[in-house]
Design a protein around this ligand. Structure first.
Ligand code: C2E
Ligand code: MG
Ligand code: MG
Ligand code: MG
Length: 281
């Protein structure tokens, strides 16, 4: 019976694998075409100071409007871009676009750009960042690069050297999705980050799990001791904001304030004399 079951499973499984592979290939082909046709956009989500609720910066988030599939989430195509090497040109495009856009924002508002671990395997990441800054005229202090723990796991000695050279350009380095990867905390010793972004899975759980409360408070305390800004991602409710404010979290980001919006919409939002969510204070 086990044999029969095995065969049955295989027959059901193989076409499914095939379909997955084919759809991945189709995604890769469409992504190449999208890059060529510039069918990708960068949207921006405000990062907000927990005390004043002023906008301190905006995170650049890639968006792809696919002709048949509609909106494709970066969660679906970034992994494909990483596997195929497309992430290098794509990442460079986002960086240049975001720097150019941010150069026109009110002074002091930063732009945060995500860097994939694969971009650390490209020959000249530091040169790419330096060129994006030079051609946009953006003050390097207004660029924040978000990396994940994965970068600290792979080729950590080489990558730490790259991080120091990036920092040498005057940019800030943030650790993204903190607490969700496989790296040990010793990477905080290997490189002095400017910001810790607490993953939104923890923010989402603070209302229902005492453990999440303990973890978030411990991370905020860790950041304070190290002199690092902490930001909580995925803030959706007033209760979460109140908790984060009480706990001394420096910055917040989430749908409570704004979803990621297109560049022109963001400009309007930044130009408004009063931040629309200030009533939440
Ligand atoms: P991330 O860097 O952690 O970005 C934050 C994600 O959380 C974004 O998802 C954002 O839309 C979402 N988010 C923000 N506030 C809330 C909230 O209150 N509730 C919920 N449920 N979600 C919220 P998005 O735009 O789908 O991006 C997903 C991931 O894709 C990003 O996670 C990042 O890892 C990656 N990504 C996006 N753009 C780029 C890029 O240009 N380059 C690279 N390498 N990765 C990117
Ligand atoms: Mg990010
Ligand atoms: Mg994140
Ligand atoms: Mg995340």
């Amino acid at each position: 019976a086990a044999k029969a079951d095995g065969r049955r499973t295989r027959r059901l499984f193989e076409p499914a694998m095939d379909a997955a592979l084919q759809s991945r290939r189709a995604l890769e082909r469409d992504l190449r075409a999208a890059i060529a046709a510039e069918a990708l956009e960068v949207h921006y989500q405000p990062l907000v100071a927990t005390g004043s609720l002023a906008v301190t910066g905006c995170e650049a988030l890639l968006r792809w409007r696919h002709p048949d599939r509609g909106f494709v989430s970066p969660g679906a195509f970034i992994p494909v871009a990483e596997e195929t090497g497309l992430i290098a040109p794509l990442g460079e495009w986002v960086l240049r676009r975001a720097c150019r856009e941010a150069a026109g924002w009110p002074g002091g508002v930063r732009v945060a750009v995500n860097l994939s671990p694969a971009q650390f395997r490209t020959p000249d990441l530091v040169g790419t960042v330096a060129r994006a800054l030079a051609e946009s005229g953006l003050d390097p202090a207004r660029l924040e690069l978000e990396i994940t723990e994965q970068v600290m796991l792979e080729e950590s000695t080489a990558n730490v050297a790259v991080l120091h050279r990036l920092r040498g350009l005057g940019v800030r380095i943030a650790i993204d999705d903190f607490g969700t990867g496989y790296a040990s905390l010793s990477y905080l010793q290997a490189f002095p980050f400017d910001k810790i972004k607490i993953d939104r899975s923890f923010t989402a759980a603070v209302g229902r799990e005492a453990t999440a409360v303990a973890i978030v408070q411990a991370v905020i305390g860790l950041g304070a001791s190290l002199g690092i800004t902490t930001l909580a991602e995925g803030v959706e409710t007033e209760a979460q904001l109140a908790f984060l404010r009480r706990s001394g979290c420096g910055e917040v980001q989430g749908f409570l304030f704004s979803r990621p919006v297109p560049a022109d919409e963001l400009r309007g939002l930044l130009a408004a004399s009063a931040v629309p969510w200030a009533a939440a204070a």
